[in-house]
Design a protein around this ligand. Structure first.
Ligand code: SAM
Length: 337
């Protein structure tokens, strides 16, 4: 298994299966017009499975399918069915906005998917619409219900908390997740991509999120799963609940980041905040052997030195401050969250 220059192994892979999304969340990619990838630029399922197989040979144990909106990719269950038999792969997860999950839940389960993460930032229909621009809360709740009755476990809710937007719903979202047996992860608003008009004043820091939850649901800390997960997890002191906070801005976790990413058009990216990636599609379509590809992946990871969120925190705390516009980043929809 390769380790990077900071001795971090490569154990997790996030694969963006499309850059298309039917939502336009303000914190992610709010633009109506975007230079979308042509269909022939997007990796085929065969190409994704081949890349995944070689990553697994290198030590990847966990794959998350994301996007864009991964359920916008037709026949996603066929990709899952091609990934599940990979020898050494312990876990496949899907991150989705769940707007079409109700109709796909059974085929995804039958293909071998066991875990689902659903993005849900508000339980108020009007606000949900405002945040997503195009989303229908009813459809997402229907998707969550379908996932539960299909037997996905765990089902995890991802909520990006933005000051003045949905910080008033933290307790309602915790109640909702406890009531339905969902895990929930609150995520600090991050400066991903180039279009979300990120300002540090719009973050609700982890400490404040925890203070709000503790006021009604006293928590005890469990910690980071495997020591490397982005989320610090908690449960209620009465033993119930699975609540976590992902504090990329105020408590960066670069030093334990074991995640690589593949963009929808086949670039291997070694940091969520990267401005470039290594083009694997050219190699695949140029006829590279499996051994050649494995060595290339090993070489890219071995040179990795990214620690963007740690550098951002230093800049935020310095007298100069931090301006996200100083670095152009790959958009979250291409990169996958
Ligand atoms: N469309 C899918 C979805 O909605 O879950 C998958 C892609 S989305 C980019 C993946 C995750 O990234 C979501 O959970 C979303 O909340 C998170 N995300 C996007 N922009 C973010 C930001 N600026 N700060 C924190 N999390 C963000």
């Amino acid at each position: 298994m390769p380790h990077d220059t900071l001795q971090r192994p490569l154990t997790d892979l996030r694969i963006s299966v499309t850059d298309r999304c039917n939502f336009r969340c303000g914190y992610c990619m709010p633009l109506d017009n975007y230079d979308w990838l042509d269909k022939n630029e997007v990796l085929t399922f065969e190409e994704i499975i081949r890349i995944a197989r070689i990553f697994v040979q290198l030590g990847v144990e966990k794959i998350r399918l994301t996007g864009g909106e991964p359920l916008a990719r037709r026949d996603l269950d066929q990709l899952i069915a091609g990934l599940t038999p990979l020898d050494g792969l312990l876990d496949i997860c899907l991150t989705t906005n769940a707007s079409t999950l109700a109709e796909k839940s059974h085929t995804l389960k039958a293909a071998g998917l066991r875990r689902i993460n659903v993005s849900l930032d508000s339980l108020k229909p009007d606000k949900f619409r405002k945040i997503t621009k195009r989303g229908d809360l009813g459809k997402v709740l229907e998707g969550l219900r379908a996932a539960k009755s299909t037997g996905f476990n765990p089902i995890k809710i991802n909520t990006v908390i933005e000051r003045g937007v949905n910080d008033d719903e933290i307790l309602d979202l915790v109640s909702f997740s406890l009531e339905h047996g969902f895990a929930i992860r609150f995520i600090e608003f991050m400066d991903v991509g180039n279009s979300n008009d990120w300002k540090s004043t719009r973050i609700v820091p982890k400490a404040e999120i925890l203070r709000i939850i503790n006021s009604q649901f006293p928590l005890e800390e469990i910690g980071r799963k495997n020591g490397t997960a982005p989320s610090v997890d908690y449960r209620c002191t009465n033993g119930t609940g699975d609540i976590g906070v992902i504090a990329s801005v105020t408590e960066p976790f670069c030093s334990s980041c074991t995640r690589g990413r593949i963009t929808a058009d086949g670039k291997f990216v070694t940091c969520l905040f990267a401005n470039t990636g290594y083009n694997l599609k050219v190699l695949l379509r140029g006829g590279i052997s499996d051994v050649g590809l494995l060595e290339k992946l090993r070489s890219v990871w071995s040179k990795r030195s990214d620690r963007y969120s740690e550098e951002r925190l230093v800049a935020l705390q310095s007298h100069k401050g931090y301006d996200p516009r100083n670095r152009k980043k790959i958009e979250m929809i291409s990169l996958g969250g």
